[in-house]
Write a protein that binds this ligand. Structure first.
Ligand code: GLN
Length: 475
């Protein structure tokens, strides 16, 4: 996919007057149309994108100042609110929900002259690892459509990999940006919890969710991160830390680093081809003078259990608001209030969402709260401590993003536990609240992309991106 231009290249050419944004939008609309079978988009806003592009073209022609995303076409995951657009989280229950406001990230993108082209496919309410839980059907892997695109932000990964947008946004609660990025061969960045405002992101698990970018290069994700980061009165968990220029920071010299390799991420369950691809990168890093040291993240064994207790608990609470009254679709099959709730939620939610609401309600119930939810919160604290401890002796951590490359459609659809295990290397990062990215580092014998995960220290996205940029240059 690397033959496609990056957003930064396109921006440079746009500023040099090499093309109009209006034509670009038409070209991308054609690409989306040609790739309908990949099912990357659930909605395309052709008119809105054309009008916005023409307006930016006019400003360029008049010699007026342009924002950092001028020339760049952006796609949004279908759980990020854009005013006047349907935002459905790929769920039947929100099929008719038109957002009355813009998410903070959307406001920032538009203020930076980014043109939003549409909403991308995803697992319903961001619950899943393959987009097979979407009410619109799965988004397919552009490298080979018999394989899944990953999830839950599968459509956003496909859109960037197949050239339907320059940069896209996803959300990552347990790996939903990094895992599809890895499966589709693009870069995906999960910022530190609190780096990017969640105002206008439909909540799945509020203490884990974070919005982040997909790009065809590390620099493109840096560009987008600079635009969307920063304090927001609309989200009190968004921290007031200053936002560095992440693109300028890419070329800062990466000193010789100590790179930690968590042994728990290189053992049982890791596909040998993925291991080989990662080892090849490690050899290059060592040849370049970086030091690799084994570290332990012993709590990794408990990661999936802890994540699925906390995430489902928060989801059961967050999704209580879809009651047929305040948002979205109401079942017509009801003449009494209780029946209305029952039918609306039974008809509106898919199987995975229902499973999680039930699990979450169970772990929060009076009799089981201490045994499950409270225990999971304690383990979460230990996971965070383990990361803090690891970062006392290393600068950055490196792991595979996923144990295997993309799997075939249907392969894990009937086995939720197998599906959950594909997040084993990504979920602890959300539990610890730090930043990480996935970048392509090779291909399997069947031609599917392999991803490498770099995990940075909280709020040190600059260092993380600079290192990733360096690795990108070595491949
Ligand atoms: N695959 C994980 C899940 O199903 C992560 C999802 C996400 O990050 N949104 O919950």
């Amino acid at each position: 996919m690397s033959h496609l231009e990056t957003a930064l290249e396109r921006r440079r050419k746009y500023l040099a007057g090499e093309f109009t944004l209006r034509d670009t939008v038409d070209r991308y609309l054609e690409t989306i149309e040609k790739n309908r079978h990949l099912n990357a988009f659930v909605r395309v806003n052709a008119e809105g994108a054309r009008a916005h592009a023409a307006e930016i073209d006019a400003r360029r022609a008049a010699g007026k100042p342009l924002g950092p995303l001028a020339g760049v076409v952006v796609a949004l995951k279908d759980n990020i609110c854009q005013k006047g657009q349907i935002v459905s989280c790929a769920s039947k229950i929100l099929a008719n929900f038109e957002s009355p406001y813009d998410a903070t990230v959307v406001e920032k993108i538009q203020a930076a002259d980014g043109v939003v082209i549409g909403q991308t496919n995803m697992d319903e309410f961001a619950m899943g690892s393959s987009t097979e839980n979407s009410a619109f059907g799965p988004a397919l892997n552009p490298v080979n459509p018999e394989y899944v695109s990953g999830g839950s932000s599968g459509g956003s990964a496909v859109a960037v990999a197949a050239g339907m947008a320059d940069i896209s946004l996803g959300s990552d609660t347990g790996g939903s940006i990094r895992q599809p990025a890895s499966f589709c061969g693009v870069v995906g960045l999960k910022p530190t919890y609190g780096r990017v405002s969640r105002y206008g992101l439909v909540a799945f698990a509020s203490s884990l969710d974070q919005i982040g970018p997909f790009g065809r290069s590390v620099a493109d994700t840096a560009l987008m991160l600079s635009v969307i980061s920063g304090e927001d009165p609309g989200d009190s968990t968004c921290v007031p830390a200053a936002v560095p220029d992440y693109v300028a920071g890419l070329d800062s010299d990466v000193a010789k680093l100590r790179i930690g390799l968590p042994e728990e991420c290189f053992g049982e369950g890791l596909d040998p081809e993925v291991k080989d691809a990662i080892n090849a990168v490690l050899d290059k890093l060592r040849a370049d003078g970086h030091e690799t040291v084994p570290v332990h993240l012993r709590m990794t064994d408990y990661a999936i259990a802890t994540y699925y207790i906390i995430a489902t608990a928060e989801a059961s609470s967050n999704l209580a608001r879809y009651d047929g009254v305040r948002y979205g679709v109401r079942s017509p099959r009801a003449d009494a209030l209780e029946d209305m709730y029952l039918h609306t939620r039974s008809e509106g939610f898919g199987a995975e969402v229902k499973r999680r609401i039930m699990l979450g309600t169970y772990v929060l119930s009076a009799g089981y709260y201490d045994a499950y939810y409270k225990k999971a919160q304690q383990v979460r604290r230990l996971i965070r401590r383990e990361y803090d401890k690891a970062f006392e002796s290393v600068d950055i951590l490196l792991t595979p993003t996923t144990p295997t490359p993309a799997f075939r459609l249907g392969e894990k659809a009937d086995d939720p536990l197998q599906m959950y295990l594909s997040d084993i290397y990504t979920v602890t990062v959300n539990l610890a609240g730090t930043c990480a990215l996935s970048m392509p580092c090779g291909t399997s014998s069947s031609g599917m992309p392999i991803g490498l995960q770099l995990i940075g220290q909280p709020f040190k996205e600059s260092e993380l991106l600079a290192m990733a940029h360096k690795v990108e240059g070595m491949l």
